[in-house]
Write a protein that binds this ligand. Structure first.
Ligand code: FAD
Length: 326
């Protein structure tokens, strides 16, 4: 079976991996082969289905709870299983209670527990929530490793390709580029930045709750921290807004004042593709299968959606059969 996968974001790369595993002959096309136009490049890489349940449907937790295991099977050793810490300033304790009321899989922490988990935050927060089953990965490292692995297995990466170029199957993973073509698909802009400092050490993603501007900080190697992210109902791709930059920086400073001396090494804005229910969909029409609508959960859910798409392709089910994350 010769398959063309369009789009080399997390959806395209994971489905290419799954198809190769099932012995398909795969070509991946992307208008930008350096990943930099993919929303995936800007992601936090949190595999946090219990925290996400605060605002997401139960299906996201159901589909995402084994995400770390799936990633370990795809790329052994890339997942960090240190859980998620959620904190709020003393004046925002109601936010913490509200978050706890909407989620599960956590335990309450007091000041001492927080200090044991993240020594740098000792004395800064009276209460917190710890989600021990959650994990995170570095999206950029993972994308490059996936690409390298696919190249080693004979997958070709190219720019634009004519669809009828002898391919028996097409998998469309072009994300937000389908807005306006795929019914009801919309964009939700996420602005983020990278800070670098060797004054701060965190072992896991830290979410700071706030009534207006909730943020998270995800530690990376070499003193890098990804700080995200805004949620703005637009598919405008331009650079980060001054207000967003200020809010993200203020929040990082609130988590720890040492972030004030960090270097801002990068800012960016990515468009999360989303359907009205914010759940991803695998659909199939003719010889084209689509994976889209990954919204805030591309890294969390792409391995599961890739397996579902591959099942659909290999089972040769009716062309109008479509599935939704449920
Ligand atoms: C700031 C931010 C933080 C996030 N944090 C997280 C997180 O912590 N955890 C999580 O699970 N998710 C997170 N997400 C969500 C996640 O990034 C998205 O759900 C995911 O990136 C969507 O992946 P995708 O492959 O569908 O799209 P993309 O990554 O956008 O990839 C689409 C690709 O298709 C290419 N393309 C477009 N048109 C064509 C064409 N005609 N032919 C060929 N190629 C084409 C594009 O160049 C692009 O490379 C975050 C998103 C943002 C913006």
């Amino acid at each position: 079976m010769r398959v063309l996968v369009k789009g080399a974001g997390v959806a395209g790369l994971t489905v290419a991996h799954e198809l190769v595993r099932r012995r398909a002959e795969v070509t991946v096309s992307d208008r930008n082969l350096d990943f930099r136009h993919a929303a995936s490049w800007l992601a936090g890489g949190m595999l946090a289905p219990w925290c996400e349940r605060e605002s997401a449907e139960a299906a996201v937790l159901e589909r995402g709870r084994d995400s770390a295991d799936r990633w370990d099977a795809i790329l052994p050793g890339k997942v960090v299983r240190n859980g998620t810490l959620v904190v709020a300033a003393s004046r925002d304790q109601n936010e913490l209670k509200r978050f706890a009321g909407r989620t599960a899989g956590y335990r309450w922490l007091d000041e001492q527990d927080i200090a044991i988990l993240e020594p740098l935050l000792a004395g800064r927060y009276r209460h917190g929530l710890f989600f021990p089953q959650e994990a995170h990965l570095d999206p950029r490292e993972v994308m490059q490793s996936l690409k390298d692995g696919l190249l080693a297995k004979g997958v070709t990466f190219v720019g634009q390709v004519a669809e009828d170029d002898g391919f028996s199957e097409i998998v469309d993973c072009t994300g937000a580029a389908r807005i306006g073509e795929s019914p009801a698909l919309r964009g939700v802009r996420g602005e983020m930045l990278y800070l670098q400092t060797h004054e701060v050490t965190l072992s896991r993603p830290v979410r700071l709750l706030h009534p207006r501007v909730p943020i998270y900080i995800v530690p990376r190697d070499k003193g890098l921290f990804m700080v995200g992210a805004t949620m703005i109902e637009t598919d405008f791709k331009g650079p980060i807004a001054a207000r967003s930059l200020m809010e993200l920086l203020n929040a990082a400073y609130t988590v720890h004042p040492a972030f004030a001396d960090a270097t801002v090494v990068e800012t960016g804005a990515g468009i999360r593709p989303a359907f009205p229910d914010n759940l991803p969909r695998v659909t199939r029409e003719g010889k084209t299968t689509s994976i889209n609508g990954l919204f805030r959960h591309g890294f969390l859910l792409a391995p599961a959606m890739a397996a579902e798409a591959a099942d659909l392709i290999f089972s040769g089910q009716d062309s109008d059969r479509s599935r939704q994350c449920a």
